[in-house]
Write a protein that binds this ligand. Structure first.
Ligand code: GLY
Ligand code: MN
Length: 462
């Protein structure tokens, strides 16, 4: 949690940017896993945290832009609740750390919104991503569920993103704390990955370090010797000599700022010549991309620079052919690099993605590509000082995709399908770091995590 004045300043700027009406922000609720009292790990809504700091379920907040007031709504625990939970702060207590002037009961929210509606005032709210929020909005606003998306406030979406996209020094410091925990996790994972062990034993090392540093995961761990499956959350494979493992994981600090790091680990401790060649293409592309990060550069251009680097390197080993620029324009590289180069990082691992990537990662009016591969790019806009983003190129040999494209003879002027067969079982490779855009360039955040072939192989020795 930051200084109370920071939250007040954020809300004041929000009022200015939204202009008039009421801003309604809903905190998250507990969600039952298999029955109501057996809950999933609670995660507060990030925008609620950003403006109100309170990391508790069952709250809502209203900013009256015209009156300049701010109210936190929620109910204090009863003694019957406290029997189970122990003594907890009151709603009024929760106001202090975020400098919120007023609090009221949960029931008072209905009256507050009803009065505003009867006065014809605009209620600004964000598009919900949880069903219970949709139901609350339906009840508070008296609209049909299908109208919630229609009535969401475009001006509020843009105003929230305008602030959350630019990280302060205090936010960057928190992201660095998360990355430094990730570093410990990666050193442990590199030492732990061994033939004869299961992937879940590496996952156990990672979880142990996260918990020992009072962190939670920022997203489900990807830890697999089948890294060609991009979001592979299965960890049951037995690791064998010659396997290569993609480990993509992150933690969030007590303040909920995230890290998102990927390394590719040779299970035997050394890469085979083929693996090493592919890995070095990925590392070269990643360093090239990091070097290009500076204010004013569209991240889409950096993505395409990486695609050209891949097309050139893949041509050199006979997997691709023809002109690299033409191959990239046609999207041929996407058979090997089917995802985007990166995304914003902050309170969410894909920061503010619930608010909409069209606001977070694209310029106003900029259309997202419909081309396979480029269409998955979450961040395309011109970079600005204060953006924190991931740089995560990867190369993959996805049998189902290879088979489909080959059968269709898709872009065969750029892809040497006969040669691709020799790499069919080469699997997946990705390297990811978290980068701050500075006034003049960039800073790779956190202490360095091994990524050259020599450093990764050394770290695998433990
Ligand atoms: N780290 C997973 C992702 O960026 O989607
Ligand atoms: Mn990522």
């Amino acid at each position: 949690m930051f200084d109370p004045a920071i939250y007040r300043e954020r809300r004041n700027r929000l009022k200015k940017d939204v202009g008039s009406g009421l801003i309604l922000l809903l905190g998250n609720d507990e969600v039952g896993m298999n029955y109501a009292a057996n809950t999933y790990h609670f995660r507060q809504d990030s925008t609620f945290l950003y403006f109100f700091a309170v990391n508790q379920p069952g709250l809502a907040a209203v900013i009256d832009v015209d009156a300049g007031t701010e109210t936190l709504f929620g109910d204090d625990l009863t003694v019957a609740d406290i029997v189970w939970t122990g003594p907890q702060p009151t709603i009024a207590d929760y106001c202090k750390p975020a400098a919120i002037a007023a609090s009221a009961s949960a029931a008072a929210l209905d009256a507050c919104i009803a009065t505003a509606i009867s006065q014809g005032r605009r209620i600004h709210f964000l598009k919900p991503y949880r069903t219970e929020h949709t139901l609350k909005l339906v009840s508070l606003l008296g609209i049909k569920p299908t109208m919630v998306a229609t009535y969401r406030s475009e001006v509020l979406h843009k105003a929230v993103v305008a602030q959350r996209n630019i990280k302060s020094a205090a936010e960057v410091a928190d992201i660095e704390r998360a990355i430094n925990v990730s570093r410990e996790m990666y050193l442990a994972a590199m030492a732990a990955a061994k033939p004869g062990k299961h992937e879940y034993e590496v996952v156990a090392e990672i979880l142990r370090i996260a918990k020992a540093r009072d962190c939670d995961l920022s997203f489900p761990i990807i830890c697999s010797v089948h890294g060609e499956t991009l979001h592979n959350h299965q960890h049951a494979n037995l690791m064998k000599s010659g396997d290569v493992m993609v480990l993509d994981s992150g933690v969030e600090t007590v303040n909920k700022y995230a890290s998102d790091i990927t390394r590719t680990i040779p299970v035997s401790g050394t890469f085979t010549p083929q693996q090493r060649a592919i890995y070095e293409m990925v590392l070269r592309a990643q360093m090239l991309a990091i070097g290009a990060v500076k204010p004013g550069v569209p991240y889409k251009d950096v993505h395409l620079m990486v695609a050209r680097s891949f097309a050139t390197d893949l041509k050199a080993v006979g997997l691709m052919k023809g002109d690299a620029d033409e191959a990239v324009a046609a999207g041929a590289h996407a058979m090997f690099f089917p995802h985007g180069l990166g995304h914003m990082l902050g309170l969410d691992v894909h920061d503010a993605e619930n608010i909409g990537e069209q606001y977070v990662g694209y310029e106003p009016g900029e259309e997202r590509s419909t081309q396979f591969g480029l269409g998955y790019l979450r961040l395309a806009r011109k970079l600005e000082p204060g953006f924190v983003l991931t740089v995560e190129p990867g190369l993959y040999f996805i049998p189902a995709l290879i088979d489909q494209w080959k059968a269709e003879r898709h872009l065969e002027q750029f892809i040497n399908y006969a040669e691709v067969e020799k790499y069919r079982d080469a699997r997946g490779y990705r390297v990811e770091d978290n980068v701050l855009v500075t006034q003049s360039g960039h800073t790779v955040l956190g202490a360095a995590i091994p990524k050259t072939v020599a450093d990764v192989e050394q770290a695998c020795k433990g």
